[in-house]
Design a protein around this ligand. Structure first.
Ligand code: TRP
Ligand code: ZN
Length: 859
């Protein structure tokens, strides 16, 4: 591979429409493990002057025929990733036959065979590993697919759209043909062949059409499929009632596979899911698993309109479909459960992962400007900040205005491949609100910082608020312009009663807002509901924050005040080089919540939870690793000790019930779990944990006991864990939870224990779920060992990345992320990380995925 030629980034600014469009593509797959033959018949038409360039990678070309005439080597040009015809006519038919090797495909992109199942993953650029084709989202064609096999172990042969025919040939081979009437880009193509159990159901749309729903899962897993099916029906109904959007085909299929690089994929009419996000029952799944299933089922379903019917012009526009669809799935989850809890989760993702990405060498706007490997841009910035940008639009336009904008966008662009600008334009046209400045959110990276001040003039009963905004330079972009930022505020009187709520639109670098008829000095709740993805600098005292935490109308604001409270306390302690001390005031507030929890028990649990290491770390330019970890540990121990009886009382006050996944039952378990976490830190810790474990009749509670044991480093933890592993060794999804637990072992044993996990019979270096369960858990949830001063934690991850890069580069590059931010640590850690990254960069045959990230990171 020639680095300088092959690794050139593609730029948004260089976008050119395709020279040829494809009207129809007729695919035939003759399935065979190591040599699947793919015959593709394309009807093409010229769109612009220029060559016909077809993408293709790792293909063996058997033949190419143009309008019935077989072409010879001199009539086309073949490179490692393209096939070019320079004299193609303006219109015609091309037949291309290629051979591919699904069994050897461990990258899980294109067509792969794993666990006896043939499965495709074409987003972003996987279709080019199936056949030569203009593999870009702005080429929309009508697909038909014929699947042929002589293998009787593959009773189900699936593809997009409607099943047209099914027959057995005289030689015993089976042939199934599918047609998808909706033109689509190649990234939405899917094929699955395997043996499954199938849960069938039916959905009648608002307009009265009946849709067949099918969920295909591994044999024996049918009982664990019901929740996913019910979630799908809820999602279909919700999109009708909230946005007036109905499903458009007669059939909707979901297939669960265990080998998958991401969560799930929205292929037209044939979603492919990571089995982790389909299968659930009380004995193997936690409340969080249930939550994720409903949200991801919703996400992929919602893509049918935002992504499939209206798709992206090019991959730089990825947030057009992902930011919008994450926003939609968040709204769905909020409507199905607690809006406050959902908002807390979203804000946690922003404050930990997304702010960290903005501060990292991989910083990019939600619409990136240049990309080497597209797989590297399925990021928290594109997805989650993208969703926050959509949410701000809804805040500025109002719910009705936003819905009208979405409706106009979908009507105007149905069947098209469009840009983020087209989306904002539709929002502007539908609402009449000028969004010129708002568009900067699409091309400006980095986390904006707001500094806020308040002044009260008692004589005139006037309140003056000053807000200034500043976005620090990010790795790839020095100049920043002022953004349009919606700042929600609430004013509280001194006794905590709400005085007034306002939406401020900050557009200048510095701006003043005045309010009259304010009879007394109020306390301002800034950025209520996290109304913009920004950092906030306030002059709050800890007492102000406790007041907001007790009194604000908005649940997220209350939780946020507690988060700020702890950050402030810890920052002060670190500055003074002292250990943090709990105030009597804090103890009283906590005691109040424990003895009389809020109506929302889940919010109470969150109010009692300290920010995690990554959230705190986000506030520092150079992260004081040891001091932060020490403060967190000490504070948790102090809280546990001071309030032991109150935690016990609260725990006991919550009655046990048989398992049910409902908002109220989840909230009860969450609060109980929070109490248990603190009780585990007391001298009675062993007893509390053992009792919770033994009484558990579901996975959520069982895991809560094990997590508390691990977090408190109880001597009994190892033994409990082994008991758990023995009980569940036959269920690989539960064993992933075991891996999670092993990876958060606080002691130095973590290295040998993780090594032992990789030696278990169910572990596989080819299965992303197995690897993530161990190594992502380690790097993201065990800061103590990951950030060890001797570098052993970093080295463990670097070794795994190096080992995985040739197997599955997409996964390797994702695991690598935490190592990129070396600039945030002290000199010694910087040197270790630079050495490891340099070694990776020198690895022969390094993938584009890992190359792009490492080369951006190194000085
Ligand atoms: N579009 C998918 C989603 O719903 C993302 C996705 C699934 C993906 N599998 C992938 C992206 C593989 C890149 C590669 O969010
Ligand atoms: Zn998506």
């Amino acid at each position: 591979m020639n680095d300088t030629l092959h690794r050139q980034p593609k730029r948004l600014a260089d976008y050119q429409p395709p020279c040829f469009t494809i009207r129809t593509i007729d695919l035939t797959f003759e399935l065979a493990a190591t040599a699947t033959r793919v015959t593709s018949i394309l009807r093409f038409k010229r769109n612009m002057p220029g060559n016909m360039v077809l993408d293709g990678q790792q293909l063996i070309l058997e033949s190419i025929t143009l309008n019935g005439e077989t072409l010879t080597a001199g009539q086309y040009e073949l490179t490692a990733d393209s096939l070019t015809l320079s004299n193609a006519p303006d219109e015609g038919e091309l037949e291309i036959v290629t051979l591919i090797n699904p069994a050897q495909n461990t990258a899980l992109e294109g067509l792969y065979l794993a666990d006896g199942v043939y499965c495709t993953q074409c987003e972003a650029e996987g279709f080019r590993r199936i056949t030569y084709y203009p593999d870009r989202p702005d080429v929309l064609a009508i697909f038909s697919t014929t699947i042929i096999t002589d293998n009787h172990a593959l009773p189900f042969l699936l593809s997009n759209g409607n099943k047209i025919s099914e027959q057995t040939l005289s030689d015993g081979r089976r042939v199934v043909r599918w047609e998808d009437p909706f033109p689509k880009p190649a990234y939405l193509f899917a094929l699955v062949a395997g043996d499954f159990d199938c849960l069938s159901d039916n959905f009648v749309t608002a307009s009265g059409r009946s849709v067949l729903l099918e969920c295909y899962v591994q044999k024996g897993d049918l009982p664990r499929t019901e929740f996913a099916m019910a979630s799908l029906k809820r999602a279909m109904r919700w999109d009708e009632t909230r946005f007036g959007l109905e499903y458009d085909l007669d059939r909707y299929m979901v297939v669960a596979v265990d080998f998958f690089n991401m969560g799930a994929m929205e292929n037209k009419g044939l979603n492919v899911f990571n089995s982790k996000f389909v299968l659930a029952d009380a004995q193997s799944a936690t409340d969080l698993d249930y939550f994720n299933i409903e949200s991801i089922i919703g996400h992929e379903y919602f893509h049918n309109w935002t992504g499939n019917r209206v798709t992206c012009r090019d991959w730089f526009q990825l947030s057009l479909k992902e930011g919008l669809t994450v926003f939609r799935d968040q709204e769905f989850s909020a409507d199905m459960g607690s809006p406050t809890l959902n908002r807390i989760d979203a804000v946690k993702v922003m404050r930990t992962a997304q702010f960290a990405e903005d501060a990292s060498p991989m910083a990019h706007p939600i619409r990136p400007e240049q990309v080497i490997e597209m797989n590297n841009f399925y990021t928290v910035t594109v997805y989650d900040k993208g969703a926050e940008v959509i949410r701000m639009l809804q805040t500025i336009l109002g719910k009705a205005g936003f819905s009208a904008g979405l409706k106009l966008y979908l009507q105007r662009h149905d069947g098209q491949a469009v840009t983020c600008d087209d989306f904002v334009q539709a929002m502007q046209d539908a609402s009449g609100i000028d969004l010129t400045q708002f568009r900067r959110w699409y091309n400006q990276s980095g986390t904006p910082e707001l500094t806020v001040k308040q002044q009260y003039d008692a004589a005139n009963q006037q309140l003056t608020l000053d807000i200034s905004q500043f976005t620090p330079a990010s790795a790839e972009q020095a100049e920043k312009l002022p953004l349009l930022i919606p700042v929600r505020i609430e004013l509280l009187y001194q006794d905590g009663t709400p005085a007034r709520a306002e939406l401020l639109l900050l557009s200048e670098q510095q701006q003043q807002f005045k309010f009259d008829q304010i009879p007394q000095q109020p306390l301002v709740v800034w950025l209520e509901d996290f109304s913009a993805p920004v950092k906030l600098h306030t002059s709050y005292q800890t007492t102000d924050l406790l007041m907001i935490a007790s009194s604000a109308s908005n649940g997220l604001a209350r939780w946020d005040a507690m988060q700020q409270y702890w950050s402030l306390l810890i920052a002060e302690a670190i500055k003074q080089q002292q250990t943090p001390v709990l105030s009597a005031e804090l103890i009283a507030v906590f005691r109040g919540w424990l003895l009389q929890p809020l109506a929302d028990l889940a919010l109470t649990a969150e109010l009692l939870t300290l920010p995690d290491f990554d959230t705190l770390a986000g506030q520092y330019h150079e992260i004081p690793v040891a001091a932060l970890l020490q403060c967190l540990t000490l504070l948790q121990q102090q809280i546990a000790k001071s309030l032991q009886a109150d935690f016990a009382a609260c725990y006991q006050q919550i009655t046990r019930e048989s398992y049910q996944y409902s908002e109220q039952a989840v909230a009860k378990r969450a609060l109980k779990r929070r109490c248990l976490g603190y009780l585990a830190l007391t001298t009675e810790g062993e007893n509390w944990v053992a009792q919770h474990y033994q009484q558990a009749d579901n996975m959520t509670d069982r895991l809560a006991a094990l997590q508390s044991a691990q977090a408190a480093a109880l001597p009994s933890a190892a033994q409990l864990l082994e008991q758990f592993a023995q009980q569940y060794h036959a269920n690989v999804q539960v064993m992933d939870k075991y891996s999670n637990l092993v990876a958060v072992t606080l002691s130095d044993d973590v290295f040998s224990k993780m090594q032992q996990v990789t030696e278990r019979s169910w572990f596989s270096w080819k299965n992303p779920n197995r690897i993530r369960a161990l190594y992502s858990a380690f790097s993201q949830r065990n800061p103590q060992q990951f950030h060890r001063a001797d570098g052993k934690g970093y080295q463990l991850l670097a070794d795994v990345v190096s080992k995985l890069d040739p197997v599955n580069p997409q996964l390797a590059a994702r695991l690598l992320t935490p190592l990129l931010s070396w600039r945030r640590y002290d000199k010694a850690r910087q040197q270790q990380l630079i050495a490891m990254l340099s070694a990776l960069l020198a690895q022969p045959g390094l993938s584009d995925d890992v190359f792009e990230k490492v080369s951006k990171s190194l000085p």
